[in-house]
Ligand binder design. Structure first.
Ligand code: NAD
Length: 225
């Protein structure tokens, strides 16, 4: 049975990735500060802490990992003013996303055999901004970069790719315009991302890539009329 670790497995997208991998017959562990739901092995861990990551891998006790999905992290307010922003928010954002991607990948690597892979969760905000999202954009830009760097460092044994989601929602009460503004005709769903994780896990000739899953929003000209 193939084994996957998913960080942020208690959240919206992470819980769907866990569910889908379990449905495909994988053994799955969720590393999250919060308790997850479902049948994944639940490891409560602050993924931005070196000591917690080491202790969590020991607690899990696996001798093999086939897939690591670096998905978890804490998103700060994306309407933040630079002048009022705090170093605490910056450190939490970079720590829980970018440092965690480094710590988790470093710890998983010795457990990975030929053919294993890493999927990092970036964001379309690594490429486009609304202004108040500068901390998040910086963390996600770092994730795009560590993806291509590790793809070169770890190939051909381990492939490393990223997904850059656009707006992904589990909510049912969205406005018609929320959907219709997307070239694909709707807001994204967590299943759109779990599908991409499975694709990248199996795509043996794909490494160092960022798969943008945003319903076409970053391909749309948005100048005022
Ligand atoms: N939902 C979207 O529209 C969207 C868009 C682009 C990118 N993303 C990315 O997708 C991923 C998942 O997003 P989501 O919408 O499911 O968010 P979410 O907030 O529902 O889930 C994130 C999970 O990470 C966990 N987490 C936070 N800090 C942690 C830490 N230090 N240690 C361990 N766990 C920690 C949280 O407890 C939570 O369960 C994130 O990387 C996010 O940036 C989401």
């Amino acid at each position: 049975m193939k084994r996957a670790i998913v960080t942020g497995g208690a959240g919206l997208i992470g819980s769907e990735i866990c569910r889908r991998l379990l449905a495909e017959g994988w053994q799955v562990a969720s590393f999250d500060v919060h308790k997850g739901q479902g049948d994944a092995v639940d490891i409560q861990c602050d993924i931005g802490s070196e000591a917690a990551v080491d202790a969590s891998f020991s607690q899990l006790g696996w001798d093999r990992v086939d897939l690591l999905v670096n998905n978890g992290g804490r998103t700060p307010s994306i309407t933040m003013e630079l002048a009022q922003s705090t170093l605490k928010d910056w450190n939490e954002t970079i720590g829980s996303y970018l440092t965690a991607t480094f710590l988790m990948s470093r710890r998983a690597l010795p457990l990975m055999a030929e053919g294993a892979s890493i999927v990092n969760m970036a964001s379309t905000r690594a490429f486009m901004s609304e202004g108040g999202d500068f901390m998040y954009a910086a963390a996600k830009g770092g994730i795009v970069s560590i993806t291509h760097a590790l793809a070169i460092a770890l190939g051909p044994k381990v492939r490393v790719n990223a997904i850059a989601p656009g707006w992904i929602s589990g909510a049912t009460e969205l406005r018609a315009v929320d959907h219709s503004q997307h070239p694909a005709g709707r807001v994204g769903r967590p299943e759109d991302i779990s599908e991409a994780v499975l694709y990248l896990e199996g795509a043996r000739f794909v490494t160092g890539q960022v798969l943008i899953i945003d319903g076409g929003m970053t391909r749309k000209m948005m100048y005022a009329e």
